[in-house]
Design a binder for this molecule. Structure first.
Ligand code: FAD
Length: 62
């Protein structure tokens, strides 16, 4: 795994997925692990009704 992965992210919630996307954009090889099965990808964001406020967003996007 040392030869195939630059970063291991524990947790496939919003924070982990965003970090993975940023790292992939920077050319890093990322492995994401989560305690939940694949169908629960997204952590709490899966249940958050799409009304997420994120840094630098102007308004609700719900
Ligand atoms: C019903 C509901 C509605 C919401 N509505 C809004 C909203 O309207 N607006 C808003 O801004 N926010 C809302 N939120 C909050 C928002 O969804 C969360 O704050 C955000 O998704 C958290 O993201 P996270 O990546 O930090 O954590 P999480 O989504 O909790 O992700 C953590 C991940 O890590 C995994 N994990 C934890 N421990 C381990 C371990 N030991 N080993 C392996 N994996 C592990 C978990 O399985 C999970 O997938 C809502 C949340 C809920 C539940």
């Amino acid at each position: 795994m040392r030869d195939t992965t630059d970063v291991i992210i524990v947790g496939a919630g919003l924070a982990g997925l965003v970090a993975a996307a940023e790292l992939a954009d920077a050319g890093k090889r990322v492995l994401i692990v989560d305690q939940e099965p694949e169908q629960n990808l997204g952590g709490q964001a899966f249940w958050s009704f799409g009304g997420l406020f994120l840094v630098d967003t102007q308004n609700s996007v719900a």
